[in-house]
Design a binder for this molecule. Structure first.
Ligand code: TXA
Ligand code: MG
Length: 322
């Protein structure tokens, strides 16, 4: 299959390009598109064959459910069975935006989307291209990050092409994604809301909106615990080059060891602002991974609330293949 890349200016959306992309989605094909977090690989969420295509293209285990992207009430109604008051409250505050809410699934939604589960993850993206595409297609769009399973997530169209070229029909290229890491996922199906994946909407931001309602913070799951969020495998977002994470104190000692071993390493420092670091994270990993180093050395940011999402991605990226 030939994968076409079409450029789209997010400030002057071309209706001809959007109609074509929407037509492909309605015909059961796969289209990669930018969101404010990372590029997504979209398919019509109501078409089980199209959704199976996503799992095939990514090499994703069928047990890992997808996020459904919507832009209005009518689409939301097709996806969810109920919309609890907390969902309403969070959506009012953070949608459109990088927050995904897990709620009971509408039975009409194919089981392929939710990996057979009774809940669905749903989000209203903020990116103008994502919004215009979903509106033009006029169906809810299932979209995981547009990369092969376990590889680094894509924040540019080139990343998508490198990972999925030849396996999908179209990539809409609207430049780099502003946030740079995936949405925060919050499960609303238990008594207390629980953060399943940390992201751009942080715990303090959620707390400020929920007020007296307590929220269970993100916690890395013990290796053998039953997965609450099936996609949160230990190894994820990984470059092929071994990634070594060090604390500030360990850094000099690790570097002198790498020098003694004559290993061709690169040491990389991210900005000290967590949002800026998130914005650069995957792009830097993609670039360094292509440069033939034997190791990538990165200083692990502090264990503080504003760094939770970047630390989570780095820790998973550093896991070696089992
Ligand atoms: O920012 C994002 O969320 C991007 C863009 C494209 O929207 N999408 C994304 O999708 O990161 P993906 O498939 O790479 O990650 C979805 C995560 C996985 O960890 C998955 O297990 C979890 O959401 N998830 C999906 N449905 C779920 C459900 N019903 N219950 C719990 N976790 C769920
Ligand atoms: Mg992903």
């Amino acid at each position: 299959m030939n994968t076409e890349v079409v450029q789209l200016d997010p400030t002057h959306l071309d209706p001809v390009v959007l109609r074509r992309a929407a037509g492909l989605l309605r015909a059961g094909r796969l289209v990669a598109f930018p969101t404010e977090t990372v590029y997504g690989l979209g398919a019509n969420a109501l078409d089980p064959t199209a959704v199976r295509g996503i799992f095939w293209a990514k090499g994703r285990p069928a047990t890992n459910p997808l996020i459904v992207h919507i832009t209005d009430e009518a689409q939301l109604t097709k996806v969810v069975a109920s919309w609890p008051p907390i969902a309403h409250q969070l959506a009012e505050r953070f949608w459109p935006g990088p927050l995904t809410l897990v709620v009971p699934k509408n039975p009409v939604l194919p089981d392929e989307v939710t990996a057979g589960g009774s809940t669905v993850a749903v989000r209203h993206p903020a990116h103008p291209v994502a919004q215009a595409l979903i509106q033009a297609a006029d169906v809810p769009i299932a979209a995981p990050s547009a990369n092969r399973s376990t590889e680094i997530s894509p924040t540019r169209a080139e990343h998508v092409l490198k990972s999925l070229g030849g396996r999908i029909d179209l990539i809409l290229d609207a430049g780099p994604c502003p946030a740079g890491i995936e949405s925060t996922v919050v499960d609303l199906t238990e008594d207390c809301p629980r953060i399943l994946r940390p992201g751009p909407i942080t715990l303090p931001m959620l707390k400020a909106t929920l007020g007296p309602i307590s929220i269970v913070p993100f916690a890395s799951e013990a290796p053998n615990a039953p997965a609450r969020s099936p996609g949160q495998m230990a190894r994820h977002y990984s470059p092929r080059t071994p990634l070594i994470l060090v604390t500030a104190e360990q850094k000099d000692c690790v570097i002198s060891n790498l020098r003694d071993e004559r290993r061709n390493y690169i040491s990389w420092k991210f900005p000290s602002d967590p949002a800026q670091a998130a914005n650069q994270l995957y792009d830097v990993l993609h670039r360094l991974d292509e440069q033939g180093y034997e190791a990538i050395l990165i200083e692990l940011p502090p264990d503080t609330p504003d760094w939770v999402a970047v630390r989570d991605r780095l820790l998973r990226a550093a896991q070696q293949e089992q």
